[in-house]
Design a protein around this ligand. Structure first.
Ligand code: FAD
Ligand code: NAI
Length: 475
């Protein structure tokens, strides 16, 4: 069977499904092809983010945070809970339900927007007159012809050399979201975003977690004042993070793992654990896509080569999200998807890379937008800083959640905000205010003069902005 479309989107992760919906909204005839199936063999659109990434990890972070709150913090409110236990099976079932409802939500959105969905692996076969031919290996094989193609095939986990994932003892982020019982000892390789988030989940539930990080510094992409404060909080929680650890060999059996590594002092060490999560980054995915059939160029990392507007080396083929350069973030993929659909429709889609927020959903949360102090120093750019601690914020004290701070960095000449960095309660939500401010090119004085509701955590942003001009009121 052969079918013709204005646009074929390959991949239904946050980049692909959003691109497909936006293209359909703009009046195009759209197909979206995605290979993912759930454990019951049913279509599971939503990609890494929905199936084994953003959504399930946040579901487990919430469950484990609730448990930690009940265990360690309810007492200060006068609430006694008696014998507190965590039923891991129920927690995992809830997480699976959250994922399933998002899968179903995307299928509903496809129907609502008249996007034709195909559940199977898409491969380029050839360039045809006025478009491209894509074969879909689904229950019933189909051939699709599209005038324009959007490649949104995402990324895959990166394994350590000679250490394949078995998802029982050697876990990727996939297996790390499905551990059936809390392990006594859990090792994590890589103190990046996944290592910290998933390490936190299992530590909160009672595992003795050690994270081995190869680099000598902690979270080098994060403003170092924020990273230092976060590290202090993780140390206090008992999340062990060993920096400058060079992993040499990992021996894995059904009974557990032994990790041989050299520590930051050059000493040989070994760490034993019941399971290990390997979280050392992700790689762009074009497996099965057969990019050579249409002459699509990849870079040395295997990412599809694109220009600033997501045009590939082949006119008519676009690529977005994790499979191209830039941060591997769901909201970056979504924005590129919208922009590309609008460009195909002859509009002026735009993504502002300077105002893409980053969040690490640990406790305390870490969130930022714009440039860090170390980046500005490296670039030789002048700046002014204002900081405000959550300890001096009434709402944070009422919540009983005071570690952390907000840091605003502004241009000394124009006062335009260059970066905002937060570690503390609800940093993920607070950073949105900073994104809006920066998108509208606000100065720190603009924020300092806005009336924020009291008592709210948001007041820390106003106070940090006041502090840029050395006139914070509550600190
Ligand atoms: P993906 O989501 O990877 O989707 C690609 C889709 O394409 C997949 O469904 C795949 O099956 C399909 N596909 C691939 N090749 C083919 C083919 N040839 N034919 C048909 N289908 C194909 N980001 C955040 O912003 N916030 C978070 O909190 C967050 N948490 C994360 C937690 C974890 C544990 C992980 C692993 C990632 C997390 N991310 C988070 C990153 C986020 O998941 C990715 O940035 C995002 O999913 C990228 O979207 P995408 O559409 O580019 O690709
Ligand atoms: P990452 O790049 O965030 O962290 C990987 C860490 O592993 C780095 O600190 C790196 O120095 C370290 N490392 C690399 N090789 C090592 C080795 N051999 N031994 C020890 N340490 C080593 O990658 P991660 O955590 O795997 O996540 C992948 C991507 O997924 C992230 O970069 C992010 O884009 C996305 N993500 C986003 C989330 C969010 O937005 N909250 C949550 C989770 C993932």
């Amino acid at each position: 069977m052969e079918m013709h479309f204005d646009v074929i989107v390959i991949g239904a992760g946050p980049g692909g499904y959003i691109a497909a919906i936006r293209a359909a909204q703009l009046g195009m005839k759209v197909a979206c092809v995605d290979a993912w199936k759930n454990k019951d063999g049913k279509p599971a659109p939503g990609g890494t983010c929905n199936n084994i990434g953003c959504i399930p990890s946040k579901a487990l972070l919430q469950s484990s945070e609730n448990f930690e709150q009940a265990k360690h913090h309810f007492g200060t409110h006068g609430i006694s809970t008696g014998d507190l236990r965590m039923d891991v099976t129920t927690m995992l079932e809830r997480k699976n339900q959250v994922v399933k409802s998002s899968n179903e939500g995307i299928l509903y959105l496809f129907r609502k927007n008249k996007v034709q969905f195909f559940n199977g692996l898409a491969s380029f076969t050839r360039t045809v007159d006025g478009g491209f031919e894509v074969s879909v290996a689904a229950d019933e094989a189909v051939t699709l012809v599209g005038k324009q193609i959007i490649v949104a095939t995402g990324s895959n986990v990166r394994p350590l050399p000679n250490l394949p994932f078995d998802e029982r003892v050697v876990l990727s982020n996939d297996g790390a979201l499905d551990i059936a019982a809390v392990p006594d000892r859990l090792a994590v390789i890589g103190a990046g975003v996944i290592g910290l988030e998933l390490g936190s989940v299992w530590r909160r539930l009672g595992a003795d977690v050690t994270i081995l990080e190869g680099l000598p510094s902690f979270l080098p992409i994060v403003d170092q004042a924020i990273a230092k404060e976060a590290k202090k909080a993780f140390d206090k929680q008992g999340l062990k993070i060993e920096l400058g650890a060079k992993v040499r060999e990992v021996n894995a059996t059904e009974a557990g793992v032994t990790i041989h590594y050299t520590d930051s002092q050059g000493q040989t060490q070994s760490l034993q654990a019941d399971k290990v999560i390997v979280a050392i980054g992700r790689v762009p995915n074009t497996e099965g896509l057969n990019p050579a059939a249409v002459g699509l160029q990849l870079d040395e990392r295997g990412a599809v080569l694109v220009d600033d507007e997501c045009r590939t080396s082949v006119p008519g083929i676009w690529a977005i999200g994790d499979v191209v350069r830039g941060p591997m973030l769901a909201h970056k993929a979504e924005e590129e998807g919208v922009a590309v659909a609008e460009r195909i429709a002859g509009q002026h889609g735009h993504v502002d890379f300077n105002t893409i927020p980053n969040v690490i959903y640990t406790s305390p949360e870490i969130a930022w937008v714009g440039r860090t102090e170390q980046q500005l120093k490296e670039q030789g750019t002048a700046y002014r800083i204002g900081s405000f601690p959550f300890m001096a914020n009434g709402r944070a004290r009422a919540l009983g959640d005071t570690p952390g701070l907000v840091k605003v960095i502004a241009d000394p000449a124009t006062d335009e905000i260059l970066g905002v960095h937060v570690v503390g309660p609800q940093a993920s939500e607070l950073v949105a205010e900073a994104v809006i401010a920066m998108a509208f090119k606000a100065s720190s004085e603009d924020i300092a003069r806005i009336c924020f509701a009291h008592p709210t955590l948001s007041e820390t942003f106003k106070e940090a902005s006041l502090a840029v001009d050395k006139r914070a009121l509550n600190f």
